[in-house]
Design a protein around this ligand. Structure first.
Ligand code: DX5
Ligand code: ZN
Length: 217
């Protein structure tokens, strides 16, 4: 089995010392840097915006995995691209014309990911999964770090793994929310390709070691 892709979530970093946290991530085995953008409308919280992320992007040596928890994410494709983003994730729940948005992200030169909230079933992706580079399953309700993992995610993950494999889709499966060494192990065993980890990494006594352990679940 391949080692999982590990994407530390910047939301749990020390915002007064982002440089130190980013430099630690840079020298760790993390594969990507996960960035949560919120609008206070789609989710009941606001995180950070493009003026801050411009500097984050300059300092990070890891590819950016950007998770947009905003309405009308297509309005910001150019800004997200401007950060040098590798993967742009939009929520299924925010896109009436999801197929169009996915094509726009790809046309802008980024990989396209679609995110599902905990109550959104996997089957809604049946007719688009072949076009996706990633599916991101939320294992908490989006908006906050440090929440408890929702166990039903494991069943959704198995269902999604079957859908991806059956359709020959190249989409990676990423899980976001409440991931730690314990839940991470269950997720990797159930077929997850990538794990987002906020609190588990940034609140760990040794971030580099925690990332190493997640990488070797
Ligand atoms: C929640 C965000 C997550 C969050 C995960 O809305 O999408 O990326 O930072 O944090 P943890 O790993 O602490 O649950
Ligand atoms: Zn996220």
């Amino acid at each position: 089995m391949n080692k999982p892709i590990i994407a530390p979530s910047l939301l749990s970093a020390n915002f007064l010392d982002l440089r130190a946290d980013l430099e630690t991530i840079n020298r760790s085995e993390a594969d990507w840097l996960h960035i949560d953008i919120m609008d206070g409308v789609f989710v009941p919280n606001i995180s950070f915006g493009f003026p801050v992320l411009k500097y984050v992007a300059e300092l990070s040596t890891k590819p950016l995995d950007v998770h947009l928890m905003i309405v009308q994410p297509e309005k910001f494709i150019n800004e997200v691209k401007g950060l040098g983003t590798m993967m742009m994730n939009v929520h299924y729940e925010t896109c009436t014309h999801l197929h169009r948005v996915v094509q726009q992200i790809k046309d802008a030169g980024m990989k396209a990911g679609v995110t599902l909230n905990p109550a959104t079933p996997v089957c809604v992706l049946k007719d688009i999964v072949a076009d996706l580079d990633m599916v991101l399953l939320m294992s908490v309700n989006p908006g906050f770090g440090g929440q408890k993992f929702i166990p039903q995610t494991l069943n959704k993950l198995k269902e999604l793994r079957e859908l991806v494999d059956a359709t020959g889709s190249q989409a990676l499966i990423e899980i976001d929310g409440g991931v730690n060494l314990e839940t991470g192990k269950l997720l990797v065993d159930a077929g997850a390709d990538a794990l987002v980890a906020g609190n588990a990494v940034f609140k760990a006594p040794d971030m580099v070691e925690m990332i190493h352990q997640l990488k070797n679940l």
